[in-house]
Design a protein around this ligand. Structure first.
Ligand SMILES: CC(C)(COP(=O)(O)OP(=O)(O)OC[C@H]1O[C@@H](n2cnc3c(N)ncnc32)[C@H](O)[C@@H]1OP(=O)(O)O)[C@@H](O)C(=O)NCCC(=O)NCCS
Length: 174
């Protein structure tokens, strides 16, 4: 299994991975939408290959945090993450989360945010973001603890509300 940075010519295969894993064209289009937005960070988008086949992809990019005291800062947000259905539960997802977390940490960010299942991401050090004063615009029906935060080496508290960038919103609500 090889974990490496995404290349430009991976884009079609990345679409296929998310399309298949989420069974949704909307999710398939999300990486390209983020990739062509100002929030894209090339060093934060990783793929997994097994036997020369691209079987997984995950990325972090910038999102906005509207601070409780006023003003707004850019903070890293992990989304989307997917592994081809036939290759799941063999460590690819964990490897992607590790690579993305390390890359964001090396960039000096205080924390990494994501929206997802607490049961899955808790083992990677993600915590309920509300403990840290960060609130998410969660969709109806999402578990209250779905907004999560992974403190990093340069952690400092920044309390506020997450506001997703236009490219992310357009691709997830189109
Ligand atoms: C979530 C996902 C990326 C995990 O990738 P993966 O390669 O299967 O993950 P790993 O093999 O590294 O699994 C790590 C652990 O997570 C758990 N896990 C993995 N997939 C799971 C699933 N679908 N449901 C519940 N737990 C799961 C397993 O317990 C596993 O530990 P184990 O080895 O003790 O079984 C993959 O299942 C996927 O693409 N799912 C569909 C898309 C999705 O939901 N993405 C996340 C959106 S928040």
């Amino acid at each position: 299994m090889i974990c490496r940075l995404q290349r430009d010519d991976d884009q079609d295969l990345i679409y296929d991975v998310h399309r298949a894993a989420f069974a949704s064209d909307l999710h398939g289009r999300l990486p390209a939408a983020i990739g062509s937005s100002p929030q894209f960070v090339p060093g934060w988008s990783w793929v997994i290959e097994r036997d020369d086949e691209l079987i997984g992809h995950g990325m972090a990019s910038w999102t906005f945090l509207d601070l409780d005291g006023g003003g707004s800062v850019d903070v890293p947000h992990l989304s989307p993450l997917a592994v081809l259905p036939g290759h799941q539960r063999r460590g690819a997802g964990s490897a992607l989360i590790g690579a993305i977390t390390d890359a964001v940490d090396l960039a000096g960010a205080p924390f990494l945010l994501l929206e997802g299942s607490p049961g899955f991401y808790g083992r990677f050090g993600f915590q309920d973001a509300r403990i840290h004063g960060v609130r998410f615009p969660l969709p109806p029906g999402a578990p209250a603890g779905a907004g999560q935060l992974r403190p990093l080496t340069s952690y400092r508290q920044l309390a506020g509300r997450v506001r997703y960038p236009p490219a992310f919103l357009a691709a997830t609500t189109a």
